[in-house]
Design a protein around this ligand. Structure first.
Ligand SMILES: C[S@@+](CC[C@H](N)C(=O)[O-])C[C@H]1O[C@@H](n2cnc3c(N)ncnc32)[C@H](O)[C@@H]1O
Length: 369
């Protein structure tokens, strides 16, 4: 495997300067500059311990309600992966097992906490007729949206059929590859939602252009992504030789071999793509997500604890197959980096955080493809 030190590291995050509301700068002002610098620093709670929110239960509890209809898998390094995702050009390298489904559902919970219980930032009114959830995963967002909007017809599409076999009458799941030409009608969807698929999308211009072509005039699109490979820090507590950087650099290098450049990801990156595709009134909402319950404040503390729970298996979910298959790193070494990251979070001395971006845009009423 390549030595992380021999490659360009992520730029170190600047401490934030402008005080804004604690969780959100909405919408961000000048986006040509770094959007990440406009949030206020997270304050450290010196009395925090990792177990502030730990009720002793394990992340590995099984989610019985999820479908077990997955038929076609490969097993690597103790995790189960769907063939549809991994066999064809290493399309998507995260696992397809109960542990991963639990993690995705916990990530959905984290997004709800971030958005104060809302499913999106787009100003949706009433029940939009046709809704598309891109890379629906366990289908949890699509199902929640469908239940709140009984007048909407929601399609959740994913490479792998990992959704429940039961569903609400107004929610359907389909298996398809969003990187291929979309077969949906043009000018059709009244809301398109895409969350946490960035590690798998190689051509963002094509992806957002297809969103534009298939959105109805006046429809909203929302892209929600997170800074998956880089850690940010406001107080210098994450040292240069932190295992977090080893992880981030290896994961970024691995995905780069597939043509996915996660180092570029930022609110401005997704904004630019939506604008170039033709969307207007594009806005970026940026949130800090602490890695661990070290910050002051009930909401940040809770968010940090939820995030730590997600990262318990999250480092491995993103990193294990990517580093072993794409960088030829021995599995023990990859696992050691992932475990090292999680242990560092539990230790609580390195006070890092990531970003979550919600980027929304609207197709002009006059535009019809
Ligand atoms: C990290 S999961 C996120 C799931 C869901 N969006 C959520 O937020 O709960 C990413 C999902 O995108 C799917 N995916 C990745 N590449 C895809 C593609 N080219 N076409 C369709 N789905 C894809 C994966 O199979 C996986 O289920």
């Amino acid at each position: 495997m390549a030595d992380p030190k021999s490659r360009p590291a992520f730029p170190k995050a600047q401490p934030t300067t402008e005080p804004k509301s604690p969780l959100e700068a909405s919408p961000e002002p000048p986006l040509e500059t770094s959007p990440e610098t406009s949030l206020e620093p997270l304050e450290v709670d010196d009395t925090a311990c990792f177990f502030d929110y730990d009720n002793g239960s394990s992340q590995a509890s099984s989610t019985q309600s999820l479908s077990s209809s997955i038929k076609d898998h490969v097993y690597e390094n103790g995790r189960k992966y769907h063939r549809k995702s991994t066999d064809e050009d290493n399309k998507y390298l995260l696992p397809s097992d109960e542990t991963e489904f639990d993690r995705l559902d916990m990530t959905h919970h984290m997004s709800l906490v971030i958005l104060d219980g809302e499913l999106h930032k787009a100003p949706i009114k009433g029940d939009p007729h046709n809704v598309l959830d891109c890379g629906t995963g366990t289908g949890i967002w699509a199902l929640d949206f469908g239940s709140i909007h009984p007048g909407s017809h929601v399609i959740g599409v994913d490479l792998a059929p990992n959704q429940p076999s039961w569903t609400y009458p107004n929610v359907v799941f389909q298996t398809d590859d969003l990187e291929k030409a979309w077969t949906y009608k043009k000018n059709h969807f009244d809301f398109i939602h895409s969350r946490m698929v960035a590690s798998a999308i190689k051509d963002w211009s094509k992806y957002t252009k297809q969103m534009f072509d298939h959105a109805a005039p006046g429809a909203y699109v929302e892209i929600s992504e997170h800074s998956m490979a880089h850690i940010y820090c406001d107080d210098g507590s994450v040292p240069e030789d932190s295992v977090f950087y080893a992880y981030g650099n290896n994961l970024s290098d691995a995905l780069l071999t597939l043509g996915v450049d996660v180092r570029q990801f930022s609110g401005s990156f997704f904004k630019r793509h939506l604008e170039e595709a033709g969307f207007v009134d594009v806005q970026v909402f940026t949130y800090k997500v602490p890695w661990g319950s070290w910050p002051k404040g009930k909401k940040f503390k809770y968010l940090g604890a939820v995030c730590a729970e997600i990262l318990k298996t999250g480092f491995e979910a993103y990193g294990l197959m990517a580093m072993t298959r794409l960088l030829n790193m021995p599995a023990e070494e990859a696992r050691e980096i992932c475990t090292g990251c999680y242990n560092t979070i539990i230790e609580g001395k390195q006070r890092g955080y990531g970003f979550q971006w919600h980027v929304i845009g609207r197709k002009p009423e006059a535009a019809a493809e």
